[in-house]
Design a protein around this ligand. Sequence first.
Ligand code: PLP
Length: 442
Amino acid sequence: MGFQDAVLTGLAPDGGLLVPATIPDVTPMLASWQGLSFVELAREIVLLFVDDIPREDLERLITDAYANFSHPEIAPLTKVGNVTVMELFHGPTLAFKDVALQLLGQIFEYILAHENKHLNILAATSGDTGSAAIAGVRGLPQIDIFVMYPRGRVSHLQELQMTTEVAANVHCLSVEGSFDDCQNLMKTIFEDLAFKEKYALGAANSVNWARVLAQIVYYGYASLKLGGERPVSFCVPTGNFGNVFAGFTAKRMGFPIERLILATNENDILAKFFESGVYERGEVRYTVTPAMDIQVASNFERFLYYHMDCDPVALGEFMADFARSGRAELAAPLHTDDFLATAVSVDDTLSAIRTVYETSGYVADPHTAIGLAAAERFALEGPLVCLATAHPAKFPDAVNKAVGEDVARHPTLDSLCDRESRTTNVPADIEAIKDVIRRLGH
Ligand SMILES: *Cc1c(COP(=O)(O)O)cnc(C)c1O
């Protein structure tokens, strides 16, 4: 499949995920990429995976995508205690999702304009994907976007970021269920190929390969900046495994990366898997890190594919076992030099926010704090980068409670509260969602 088709398709027709046919080796280029800016490096990396958009067009899309970031470095690095924090939240919706979704919006628009097509994007969000996907495509004439979110399970500000959007192509659906329900609804609707075709459904979740691709860039960027003598390790707050999978791909490409610390909250299905090789679904627990209140991580399948030596049959069996019984196990014990994993409780998250603030004055959002708490548990040599995935003002309740002061504010969010909001209430039911798309889609 060409790049453009892969972007439009989102989920593969058989319900699986797309991976690149080959992963390019960048080691010969590393020396010459050393001094590149974020946008310059993005152009080099993205181009390696795109076979059907001319270079000058792609360069323009990338430049435009990052023009809306409020920090000139796009993803600045700052020292916090012993670690380096990479802030990925300087985009329009203040979460790291913007890094990929600003670009995905540009790419969608480019492809649709050339093919004179319309796309109905169906997205599921645990909070941050929704607003970031909306910010990537609002007002675009050839796109409608439908965003499903779990009612009462995203923060008030996150909900307002979505529902106060006035563009007519944006449709928010408040679903009576959990995020896993929303993600499952999305997957099931995508599997109805006749419906998918008729309504030209597209995906903005990290099942879309282009999202992972855009996220490879900051791993490359940080590893080139800091990986002088020793390769760099990254600590990544993980929900759907999309972010950390981009890091895994960057490592396979040959960027100087050592370990990826996978930090989960109390929804620890992935942390347990890396301890035991057993992948077992539990009940969703609701925490102060809603973007990670996920049991079934959609991108994990991509990692397993490589772990199983690119054997799609073995992977298919593993995924079918899991779908049937909620449990699947590897044939041989897991051995990996790539990952370390740990789960962080709510108490430990809040105390990490407090300690980091008291010792260094840095205000971390709860998701970032999970990474900072996890990083403390491993004595790694060499530089360590903790990814800051959201601005603390997106989660003021937890942050202000942890530090005991009102420190989590941002003008963009303050202005939301006076705006009118609109959403459609729907049950967690496939036909109900399809009906909305039939009624409002194009
Ligand atoms: C989405 C999100 C995560 C989890 O990222 P995945 O790619 O799903 O692992 C972590 N933190 C924040 C703030 C997020 O929005």
